[in-house]
Ligand binder design. Structure first.
Ligand code: FAD
Length: 433
């Protein structure tokens, strides 16, 4: 009987350390340098941040998302999930632990598909936390359907020349390189005709037109770039994996990325629930505490149950990834986790905000940021609708249409069959009357 919901005491100790470290040392960075985590370190920030990274390294918790064969610690997804739910409390924590999106997914595909030279040039410094990367796939006219992408790379001697536009390329402004998905052969199906390239951000022709911000961010503060690739010339060695492999590579990348977001979302949702409970116990109105009101108890119970369901789902999916070592095989459950994730964060953050009254909607509390974050989760890495379709298609694969007009579970036919099966006893029953 192998089902087991316990954490090894040894690993629990490590998690306890990480929990205290994140609360005491890392969460304050979110307040001192908010939204600065993807800005390359300058003198002041480096002095504060490097010693924290060093502590994480000494504990063996640096870059735990990759296996040892790929240059990481080889924790596996289940152990990573337990760690990531702690890191999810803080914007800076993934950076301090060397496992921030989108760099984790980008590192994963370079590790899987990169040449030795590409690993030396990009993966090593990425794993060392010395540079940032950007995944440049979505285009202004098409996101959810990658078969519509038109950015082209054309072969010219030993080089490729890239031309086109990409939208919402997160962190491009501070990234050292971009992973760009382009059409290399328009004459075959997009599934065979697209490829990925590793492009240093300072290559001539990479033109960051503007950095788009999310709601609430001031103009110019955003980190999602509209990029024009104007005849960007890269050598043949810039191709990642083989020509025409972009879809296979994208699947590897997004599978890991989605489940890691979900792990961190557990931590953020739990933070909102903790805040809701504290407020419910602290605030008095109309003769009793908020925690005595049935409406508020309902918020707390619903939130707790939603979080528990989601957590078990994420941990189970992480366990499946470790077991099968194949994102494709676990695709249905990764997509299901992606579908559920925005709703869980949204609902819990919204209730926590409501329980805090007016204070809840101010910029002195983090709830509206969480609610916006939930909306983002319903789009980034693909919209919820598309993931629902993936889940449904995978579920339907395990089912068959009924053999005739009537459903297999149609009671009259089943009853008739059951009566035939137990006919001898039914006859006795009649005989005993
Ligand atoms: C914060 C953030 C960060 C991002 N970072 C990156 C990044 O780093 N790199 C990158 O390349 N992209 C990034 N993206 C882009 C993201 O991947 C796309 O937004 C997403 O794939 C949806 O594409 P779209 O925005 O063009 O929406 P569209 O494709 O235009 O879809 C719009 C809406 O139509 C509906 N819809 C779409 N398809 C279907 C369907 N098949 N069935 C039913 N309804 C459907 C959905 O409601 C969907 O939200 C980011 C997005 C956000 C919000």
């Amino acid at each position: 009987m192998a089902w087991d919901f316990e954490t090894d005491p040894e690993y629990q100790e490590i998690l306890d350390w990480a929990d205290e470290f994140v609360r005491e040392e890392v969460e304050p960075l979110d307040l001192v340098w908010p939204h600065q985590q993807f800005v390359p370190l300058d003198g002041e920030r480096r002095r504060a941040v490097d010693p924290l990274k060093e502590q994480v390294r000494r504990r063996g918790l640096w870059a735990t998302h990759l296996g040892p064969e790929l240059g990481g610690q080889g924790f596996g997804q289940l152990k990573l999930a337990l760690l990531n739910e702690i890191l999810g409390r803080s914007q800076w924590a993934p950076i301090i632990f060397g496992c921030q999106a989108p760099d984790t997914g980008n590192a994963e595909i370079i590790a899987h598909y990169g040449t030795e030279d590409q690993k030396q040039r990009y993966l090593r410094p990425l794993l060392d936390g010395e540079l940032f990367s950007c995944y440049s796939m979505t285009e202004p006219h098409a996101g959810a359907d990658p078969t519509l992408f038109t950015t082209r790379a054309v072969r010219d001697g030993d080089d490729w020349v890239i031309t086109g536009r990409k939208f919402f390329s997160s962190n491009a402004a501070t990234a050292a390189f971009l992973i760009v998905m382009v059409v290399t052969n328009p004459d075959v199906s997009p599934y065979q005709g697209m490829s990925m390239f590793l492009v240093p951000t300072d290559t001539p022709g990479v033109n960051i037109v503007r950095n788009i911000g999310l709601y609430g961010e001031h103009a110019g503060e955003g980190s999602h770039a509209l990029i024009h690739y104007d005849n960007v010339r890269v050598p043949a060695e810039a191709l990642l994996g083989g020509e025409g492999q972009a879809f296979a590579i994208a699947q590897t990348r997004l599978g890991g990325g989605r489940i890691h977001h979900a792990m961190r979302t557990i931590g953020l949702s739990r933070k909102a629930l903790d805040m809701m409970c504290e407020r419910a116990l602290s605030r008095q109105t109309q003769g009793s505490r908020l925690s005595d009101k049935q409406f508020v108890q309902g918020y707390i119970a619903d939130s707790y149950a939603q979080l528990l369901q989601f957590r078990l789902m994420v941990l189970y999916t992480a366990w499946e990834i470790d077991k099968y070592n194949d994102y494709k095989r676990v695709r249905k459950d990764i997509a299901a986790v992606k579908v559920v994730m925005p709703t869980v964060l949204h609902d819990i953050a919204w209730r926590a905000m409501q329980v805090h009254g007016a204070l809840g909607v101010t910029n002195e509390m983090p709830f509206l940021g969480m609610v916006t974050g939930a909306a983002v989760m319903g789009l980034a890495d693909g919209p919820t609708e598309v993931h629902k379709m993936t889940v449904a298609k995978q579920v339907l694969r395990d089912h068959q249409p009924s053999a005739d007009t009537w459903p297999t579970e149609w009671i009259p036919r089943k009853r008739e069959a059951a009566q035939a099966k137990y006919a001898q006893y039914l006859e006795n029953e009649v005989g005993n009357l």
